[in-house]
Write a protein that binds this ligand. Structure first.
Ligand SMILES: [Mg+2]
Length: 235
């Protein structure tokens, strides 16, 4: 048996394809609310700028709900179009709730690891109803031994408190037998470091790591993740 037998998987853009659903949702918002002269690419670039500024404010302690309710109205304001930001945000959330796209090979990876006797835990930030609905819709739900969602426990990655709660719920897990796998350096890899557990950075776009955060291992594909775990190289 491998030492790392408790595998904590991030969901968005590690197993579930958040970006694809996000793009589809934004396309629908644009289609439903834009005047005909507006170009999608220009609007999307503006939205991304507004959105990253909003998230910067949220990460510095601003109210997520209040700020997110303004991201679409602020985007449209740049084009002199008046919209109801709250209403658009609600519409967009519905599209995100119905995002059942998976990263190719995700199901096979989990099924294989489960067959090999590993415990598989989802450790995700985000809204509980959205994440649970998506796990049901993709059919991945039954492959997890536990699903830990920031919204439900009151702490988000990278906080050590997120991992403390996850550990409390799974009695046999320890810092030595756990592995955190995720695409985000800031939440998954930093979170693993805060909790004192080994980390595996899923980096499918081969991004440069310009941060001070150092993952213990790195993989470009889900297949590589599988090989690393099964080979015992992580022990
Ligand atoms: Mg992620």
């Amino acid at each position: 048996m491998k030492t790392k037998r408790f595998l904590i998987f991030d969901l968005d853009d590690t197993l579930l394809d958040f970006k694809k659903g996000e793009h589809e949702g934004l396309t629908k918002i644009f289609r439903n609310h834009s005047p005909s002269h507006l170009a999608f690419d220009h609007w999307l670039t503006t939205f991304k700028q507004v959105n990253s500024e909003i998230w910067r404010q949220i990460e510095s302690g601003g109210s997520a709900k209040a700020l997110l309710d303004t991201r679409f109205s602020m985007t449209y304001q740049q084009f002199d179009v008046q919209t109801d930001g709250k209403q658009l945000e609600q519409e967009y959330r519905r599209y995100l709730d119905d995002n059942y796209y998976m990263i190719g090979g995700a199901r096979e990876l989990l099924e294989h690891l489960k067959e090999e006797g590993f415990s598989i835990i989802a450790g995700t930030n985000g809204k509980a109803s959205t994440q649970r609905n998506r796990l049901k819709g993709t059919g991945l739900e039954s492959l997890f031994d536990d699903v830990v969602i920031s919204d439900e426990i009151g702490y988000a990655k990278p906080s050590k408190l997120f991992f403390d709660t996850l550990f409390k719920r799974n009695k046999e897990i320890t810092a030595e037998n756990a592995l955190m796998i995720g695409d985000s350096l800031r939440s998954d890899i930093q979170g693993a470091a805060n909790a004192g557990i080994t980390s595996l950075w899923f980096n499918p776009h081969k991004l440069d790591n310009n941060t001070q955060i150092k993952p213990d291992f790195e993989a470009y594909t889900l297949k590589e993740i599988s090989s690393l775990i099964l080979s015992g190289e992580l022990d």
